[in-house]
Ligand binder design. Structure first.
Ligand SMILES: *[C@@H]1O[C@H](CO)[C@@H](O)[C@H](O)[C@H]1NC(C)=O
Ligand SMILES: *[C@@H]1O[C@H](CO)[C@@H](O)[C@H](O)[C@H]1NC(C)=O
Ligand SMILES: *[C@@H]1O[C@H](CO)[C@@H](O)[C@H](O)[C@H]1NC(C)=O
Ligand SMILES: *[C@@H]1O[C@H](CO)[C@@H](O)[C@H](O)[C@H]1NC(C)=O
Ligand SMILES: *[C@@H]1O[C@H](CO)[C@@H](O)[C@H](O)[C@H]1NC(C)=O
Ligand SMILES: *[C@@H]1O[C@H](CO)[C@@H](O)[C@H](O)[C@H]1NC(C)=O
Ligand SMILES: *[C@@H]1O[C@H](CO)[C@@H](O)[C@H](O)[C@H]1NC(C)=O
Length: 630
């Protein structure tokens, strides 16, 4: 009797303590996680244990519910804060596991706590990726051990274990190591990852490390090195695929080509070459980091200022022009007055009669002034003191004006216009356009929807019935050098060629206009990739360490610096001298017209004279006749 009751009480005690242990370890673990948690338990325990656990969790403000292991698993409507609790010993737990696998429930952000005290087949053929959070509670003789399991890659059979904690009934956690993917799981121990790269030129494969032919596939070359640093960071190896395109969507099948197609099909974990953000790609890949600073823009030499304005009027402000004309007028009046007085005074007139003295004629005074304005000197000047003072100050004042005008015009003849700033300016200007013949430029130009971009493509790049202006980089840059040509090119490639073939002063007038409005290209991983987190962290570290910057500056050519802005030399062209020729032409025209008028007047006069003579002769004859008659 005594024995019976003691056995019973022992059993009761054991049951009680087991119940308590389950409740305590789970509650302690959830508390230790220190984050809001919603627990769904799939267990087959006696109702008392399950209820006790739920009660305890609720008392600690965790939302919890219990489901039958046989029930159907559903993808939670709200993903955050979910933790699944599963008793691996239950019949049907494998089924739950397989369903979870199907629903991607082992991915971020879900957590799993598995109550499994002995080895069983639950983990067979299950892939728990690097970023999964699956904890297993194992019971040893003395204590409970919590570990976290994952696999390096899908085809690995062995699980890797992170040792998380030891828990004892009496003391709770003896220690607790938090597990975070980027902190504890970056060492992939030589796992082979599939990486797809883009090379558009086969020769690139020979120059991935040696920094030669930097202008060809620059983006791929920078990324090649950065991705290899990343592989070192995660201690992985790679299986490489090379494609010749980044990948565009087939409108009917929605399948992508190129490396994006590889990632879409799951053939590549990481895209080893960065590419641009487009809306359609966001659903296919996960962008993780930007590594290069590749930009494509139109570059062109700004046309000289003379193309757009009359530079000869620019040196002076409008008010200075008004004042200058007023000054000339005043000087004209004053000088005329002085000269009039000189020639009116009989004594003085006598004195200057034989000297080269300015005559009181408004045209003479005007010519005198023209001589002064153009700094050419005059052949006659006023002789009185008043006249001389006026002359000196006229010359002085006009000399200063002349100096500042000519100093300014020299600078203006060398300057270029700033008036082409937008795509619209480019469209309406006389500048011809060309595009570097690369895959994605074709794509962006041919698919432009925005009206101005579309018009640019239709009118200037691929006019109907003509060969489209796609050309090699060298050809385009040579045409840029000749002027009046804007070339759309990847800037680094363009500037490298510019450095090679441009004269120093030609580099100064280079301008850029953006056609494709894009943020820099990004690296991307397959959608839902389990390595996303560690790659992100790795690339951030590479960026912070300056490795990325180093590679970029070794491979990308920067915009050439204009060293000779002030002292550059450019010949003045015909179009710059247009105004000079125009004035000359007007003068010539006027004189020719005057000459013709003079001739006409002379002919008229001659005719009149002739008539007079004839008339007179006739009259004479008449007289003669009369005389003869007489
Ligand atoms: C569990 O299985 C592993 C191998 O899969 C073995 O090494 C380990 O000893 C087993 N543990 C128990 C408690 O059976
Ligand atoms: C996994 O697959 C890759 C290539 O597909 C292979 O190189 C690697 O050896 C495989 N790993 C294991 C553990 O089988
Ligand atoms: C994970 O890494 C952190 C920081 O390095 C460390 O404190 C922790 O103990 C590690 N966790 C495990 C399970 O090793
Ligand atoms: C990297 O992986 C190799 C296995 O390929 C392993 O031998 C080595 O210890 C790992 N390196 C580090 C630093 O863990
Ligand atoms: C580049 O190599 C691929 C296969 O290696 C070949 O199909 C293609 O024709 C080559 N392209 C050029 C331009 O040589
Ligand atoms: C798209 O895919 C279909 C079916 O595979 C194929 O017939 C068609 O040529 C593809 N279109 C393009 C533009 O590649
Ligand atoms: C990525 O995961 C989400 C849910 O987490 C799923 O709906 C989607 O189909 C997955 N995509 C791929 C390509 O596996």
């Amino acid at each position: 009797m005594l024995l019976k009751s003691s056995v019973l009480s022992f059993l009761l005690f054991f049951k009680f303590s087991f119940e308590k242990e389950i409740t305590n370890i789970i509650t302690d673990f959830v508390k230790q996680e220190r984050s809001p948690t919603k627990i769904t338990a799939y267990v087959c325990w006696p109702a008392s244990i399950t209820l006790g656990l739920l009660k305890e969790l609720s008392a600690n403000c965790y939302y919890s519910q219990a489901r039958s292991v046989k029930s159907e698993l559903q993808y939670p409507q709200i993903e955050e804060h979910h933790m699944f609790l599963l008793d691996a010993a239950c019949e049907g737990s494998k089924n739950i596991f397989l369903q979870a696998l199907e629903l991607n429930l082992f991915n971020q952000p879900f957590r799993w706590l598995i109550w499994g005290t002995s080895n069983n087949s639950i983990f067979d053929n299950v892939y728990l990726g690097v970023d999964s959070k699956v904890y297993v509670i194992r019971k040893n003789d003395l204590h409970y051990e919590i570990i976290s399991v994952y696999k390096y890659a899908e085809n690995y059979t062995a699980f890797v274990e992170n040792h998380v904690a030891i828990w004892t009934t009496s003391q709770g956690f003896l220690h607790f190591n938090e597990v975070s993917t980027p902190k504890n799981r970056t060492d992939l121990m030589g796992t082979a990852l599939r990486i797809a790269y883009v090379v558009t030129n086969n020769d690139t494969l020979n120059h991935l490390w040696d920094y030669r032919y930097r202008e060809i596939d620059s983006m791929s070359k920078v990324n090649w090195i950065v991705v290899h640093r990343l592989l070192e960071f995660v201690n992985a190896t790679s299986i490489q695929t090379f494609r010749n395109t980044w990948g565009y969507r087939n409108a009917t099948t929605h399948q992508y080509t190129g490396i994006i197609g590889d990632m879409q099909r799951g053939d590549a974990e990481l895209g080893g070459s960065s590419f641009f953000f487009t809306i359609d790609r966001i659903g296919i890949v996960d962008y993780i980091a930007t590594t290069t600073q590749s930009y494509m823009k139109f570059i062109f030499r700004a046309p000289p200022l003379t193309y757009v304005t009359n530079v000869f009027t620019l040196p002076f402000d409008t008010y200075v022009w008004y004042c200058s004309f007023a000054l000339v007028g005043i000087v004209l009046v004053v000088l005329y007055g002085i000269v009039m007085w000189e020639w009116k005074d009989p004594v003085f007139k006598e004195k200057i009669k034989n000297l080269q003295s300015l005559r009181p004629n408004i045209l003479d005074v005007f010519l005198f002034e023209i001589g002064a304005v153009t700094q050419q000197g005059v052949d006659a000047e006023p002789r009185s003191s008043a006249g001389r003072i006026a002359t000196i100050f006229t010359f002085l004042a006009l000399m200063f004006l002349y100096t500042s005008y000519s100093a300014n015009i020299v600078a203006l003849l060398q300057s270029t216009t700033d008036s082409i700033r937008t795509l619209e300016d480019l469209l309406v200007s006389r500048i011809a356009l060309g595009v570097e013949d690369i895959v994605y430029a074709h794509y962006y130009f041919e698919n432009a929807q925005e009206p101005i971009r579309k018009t640019i493509y239709e009118q200037k790049i691929a006019p109907k019935g003509q060969k489209p202006n796609f050309m090699t980089a060298l050809e385009g840059i040579k045409r840029v050098q000749q002027g009046s040509f804007a070339f759309h090119i990847e800037l680094s490639t363009g500037y490298k060629l510019v450095n090679e073939i441009f004269q120093e002063n030609e580099k100064c007038s280079l301008k850029e206009i953006e056609y494709i409005n894009l943020i820099p290209p990004w690296l991307a991983v397959r959608k839902n990739s389990t390595y996303k987190e560690i790659f992100k962290v790795g690339l951030k570290k590479i960026h912070e360490a300056g490795i990325q910057h180093r590679e970029n500056s070794k491979i990308y050519t920067k915009r050439p610096v204009c060293h000779t802005k002030g002292s550059n030399f450019g010949s003045v062209g015909l179009i710059d001298c247009y105004a000079a020729f125009l004035i000359f032409g007007i003068g010539l025209g006027c004189s020719v017209i005057l000459m013709i008028l003079e001739k006409l007047v002379k002919i008229y006069h001659d005719n009149k004279l002739h008539q007079n003579i004839v008339v007179m002769a006739a009259q004479n004859k008449f007289f003669e006749d009369e005389f003869i008659c007489k």
